[in-house]
Design a binder for this molecule. Structure first.
Ligand SMILES: Cc1cc2nc3c(=O)[nH]c(=O)nc-3n(C[C@H](O)[C@H](O)[C@H](O)COP(=O)(O)OP(=O)(O)OC[C@H]3O[C@@H](n4cnc5c(N)ncnc54)[C@H](O)[C@@H]3O)c2cc1C
Length: 410
């Protein structure tokens, strides 16, 4: 009796680990030569994109604990996020939770009682689902200085399009100071997430096959009957064999055409500058800038442009000098330890065109966890109570593992 997990992104890894730890025979099949999916290290070790977690992401942090990598995720800005507003060159520190605004030191621009009430209404899910910018239109400074960056980071959708109900689901989890603490991988997604997750799956007895793309899934009588990997062979499934399909939505609908899945995705663009300096890890936000977030690690400086519909169309030659000029302004504003050369260092641009679904108003697709008697779906998009994130991926993988184990028992 084998459980085949197709897709070694975070969801597949989380499912595989749960199943292997429960004593199941697990075989993981990954289409590419590397694990991690949309949360991976590229062949040269660069992250595909900066990934941040919040304290509220309890499933993701517990997953890091289980794979022995929790200590590798550090809190770069425990005293509030440094934010530079390029319009007016105003530098401040901002707290993520409203109680931290009381003292004034961590207060974002434009906060008023009305603005906080409007945000609380969104957090309670009050009112119809509509674009966040529309719901916050009466508070333009607060929208621009706090809500917009939060929405873009959390939903990868600009607030003019993003759903208030989806934002509400995020805000409801931000209760208490511990939930708003922000963590990043100290050295990178490879050493701090993917490698320890793979090692944990292998230690628990799971096996992993790379460059094995599932070409066709053959259903019969309401069950998955065979997995066709093309030249890598076809696996005929026995009556006890099971499958976790942990692939992105466009692959899931190709393999299982009637699956309810999001069809519209938004890009994230990352720029990685090669700059080596033994400086502490830092995480800086910017307003009115190409750079939304800048992550500074001893191995390099990375810029995130979420909801990057415009940036994805631009060339590296245009993006890199623009971003570096902004980074220099942030380095000066926050007195960040150097070196900060005038000329942009070597830069690698990574464009993830289908980074996440767009989280617009309206009920998101809600696929069945088990569309076939011996097959469970996993993946960020199969956990629509949350935006497509590491947290949703881990929860989906663990839920898929539980559903399969329960179906085997019952
Ligand atoms: C640039 C970027 C920045 C992000 N930032 C954050 C962040 O800060 N915080 C956060 O929480 N989330 C962030 N996310 C979202 C997060 O990365 C995703 O939600 C998560 O990685 C999705 O994992 P998954 O396992 O559901 O899917 P995927 O990562 O897409 O994994 C699916 C896997 O299946 C494989 N596969 C596909 N088809 C087949 C097939 N036919 N056969 C075999 N294998 C197949 C793929 O190669 C892939 O490895 C970001 C995403 C991107 C792209």
């Amino acid at each position: 009796m084998t459980t085949h997990v197709v897709g070694a992104g975070v969801a597949g890894l989380a499912a595989a680990l749960r199943l292997a730890e429960a004593g199941q025979t697990v075989s993981l099949h990954e289409a590419t030569p590397l694990a991690g999916g949309r949360c991976r290290a590229l062949a040269d070790g660069t992250d595909n994109g900066t990934h941040a977690l919040l304290g509220a992401n309890t499933a993701a942090l517990a997953f890091l604990d289980r794979i022995g990598a929790r200590e590798r995720w550090v809190e770069p800005e425990p005293d509030g996020l440094p934010v530079l507003d390029l319009l007016g060159d105003e530098a401040r520190h901002v707290g993520l939770s409203p109680p931290s605004w009381i003292s004034g030191r961590l207060r974002p621009a434009g906060v008023s009682l009305g603005a906080v009430v409007a945000l609380m209404r969104i957090s309670l899910g009050l009112g119809r689902d509509r674009p966040v910018a529309e719901a916050m239109a009466a508070y333009p400074d607060f929208l621009r200085g706090f809500v917009d960056p939060l929405v873009i980071a959390a939903l990868n959708t600009p607030s003019a399009e993003a759903s208030t109900h989806r934002l509400g689901a995020v805000l409801r989890r931000l209760r208490g100071p511990a939930t708003t603490r922000l963590y990043v991988a100290k050295d990178g997604l490879g050493p701090d997430l993917v490698a320890p997750a793979l090692a944990s799956v292998e230690r628990a007895g799971g096996t992993i096959r790379f460059s094995a793309r599932l070409r066709r899934l053959l259903p019969q009588g309401g069950r998955a009957a065979a997995l066709d990997f093309g030249e890598d062979g076809t696996i005929l499934l026995g009556p006890e064999d099971r499958v976790v399909l942990a692939v992105p939505p466009w692959e899931a609908t190709r393999l299982l055409p009637h699956t309810e899945a999001p069809a519209d995705h938004a890009p994230i663009v990352n720029l990685h500058f090669a700059r080596h300096a033994e400086t502490p890890v830092r995480f800086i936000g910017m307003l009115d800038a190409l750079c939304q977030w800048v992550l500074i690690r001893p191995t390099g400086v990375s810029v995130t442009v979420s909801a990057g519909d415009e940036a994805v169309r631009q060339e590296q030659a245009d993006l890199a000098p623009r971003a570096w000029a902004e980074i220099l302004r942030a380095a000066k504003a926050f007195d960040l330890p150097g070196p900060w050369p005038e000329r942009a260092p070597t830069c690698r641009v990574v464009k993830e065109r289908r980074a996440t679904p767009r989280h617009r108003p309206g009920a998101p697709p809600r696929p069945k966890r088990m569309p076939l008697a011996n097959l469970a779906l996993a993946g960020d998009w199969t956990y629509p109570d949350l935006p497509a994130t590491i947290e949703a991926s881990v929860l989906s993988g663990e839920e898929a593992a539980r559903a399969l184990m329960a179906s085997a028992r019952g």
